[in-house]
Design a protein around this ligand. Structure first.
Ligand code: NAP
Length: 314
């Protein structure tokens, strides 16, 4: 039965051709209906990912073909306003966050099984930016199989994924050396990592930071041309993984992880919520913008150079 209290149309951001950020349009679109196992959310906050502008530019056409008009957005926090068949784990009015389909919208659908309840003291802006980074951090760390006391090098440790990966690894007793720009050195120290500047000579600085102890594994989230030296540093590709350099990884035998499962999505949110409950979660929000300014938000994401998630507010 359609819920007659919900609008049939609402604001959403979409693009109808690959190109620059000005392809993004803020218009009325049909409110999606939740299918089996899905819920409909009234979106309170939707976070921006680099994936969003890479998709809009057409860089990901092979792996992620889209149908135009396409509404971007992978993650949100919001209120459950309708449930599809079998999605009985949530009730109307529940405050949730998680992976979301077409999240740049006032209303968006999510798989019920991938959502988590949002604690009242976790702001919607913070919650909206956790799902992708937490899922990615979990599925990149799992195959590295780190033991307490081992040293993990994280390239791009101050980014959204890196920031959570540092915290998850540190919580497991792993010694983390993280690369970041000058601006983020202190932030990494506060997370419990040993910071090192990225750029020329980075591997020498990592060796110095390890002070003679072996670097057991590498998680690469950012930076070109560092995978070969990372493999040499660890002594082989088996415990090196990238989320961002699939082409560079292939010939080196380095693993690339590109997509999660319900299990990794839930595990990521569970880990983030545990840190939040302990009062130690750090998940910075760089800025918030109205949903109507999604083109500005994607330009900021594409330019880089700021720490924390960019979050859209419908
Ligand atoms: N495969 C997957 O499943 C998956 C999932 C999520 C994200 N990703 C990809 O992973 C990458 C990181 O995502 P994110 O959300 O963490 O991005 P983010 O928040 O924008 O962080 C990127 C970080 O990389 C840093 N950086 C820039 N140049 C670097 C260098 N040469 N060496 C080391 N770090 C450097 C940036 O520092 P500055 O601010 O100083 O520039 C920034 O802190 C993106 O390319 C994204 O598309 C992939």
């Amino acid at each position: 039965m359609p819920d007659l209290t919900l609008p049939t149309e609402a604001k959403a951001v979409s693009f109808a051709a690959y190109g620059e950020a000005d392809e993004l349009r803020f218009t009325d679109m049909a409110v999606p209906q939740p299918g089996p196992g899905q819920v409909l959310l009234r979106v309170a906050a939707a976070a921006v990912n680099a994936f969003d502008w890479k998709l809009r530019r057409g860089f990901l056409q092979g792996a992620f073909p889209v149908t135009f008009p396409h509404v971007p957005g992978l993650e949100s926090a919001g209120t459950v306003v309708a449930t599809g068949p079998g999605a009985d784990s949530w009730r109307i009015g529940d405050e949730v966050f998680g992976m979301t389909l077409a999240a740049y919208a006032e209303y968006a659908v999510a798989e019920a099984a991938t959502l988590a309840a949002r604690p009242a003291d976790l702001p919607v802006t913070t919650a909206a930016g956790l799902p992708v980074a937490a899922d990615t951090a979990v599925r990149a760390l799992q195959p590295l199989d780190l033991k307490p006391g081992e040293i993990l090098l994280i390239h791009g440790a101050a980014g959204a994924v890196g920031t959570l990966a540092v915290q998850f690894a540190v919580a497991d007793g792993v010694r983390v050396i993280g690369t970041a720009g000058e601006r983020d050195q202190e932030a990494l120290r506060e997370l419990g990592a040993t910071p090192v500047r990225y750029g020329d000579g980075v591997i020498d600085r990592v060796r110095a930071a390890a002070a003679g102890d072996p670097v057991a594994a590498v998680l690469h989230t950012s930076g070109n041309g560092v995978l070969a030296d990372s493999v040499a540093l660890v002594g082989g590709p088996g415990r090196v993984i990238t989320i961002a350099a699939a082409e560079e990884a292939g010939p080196l035998g380095v693993a690339f992880t590109g997509g999660g499962t319900t299990e990794t999505a839930v595990a990521g949110l569970t880990r983030a919520l545990a840190l939040h409950a302990a009062g130690t979660l750090s998940a910075p929000v760089r800025t918030t913008l109205p949903l109507a300014d999604a083109s500005t938000a994607q330009r900021l994401s594409e330019q880089g150079g700021g720490r924390g998630k960019i979050v859209l507010l419908p």
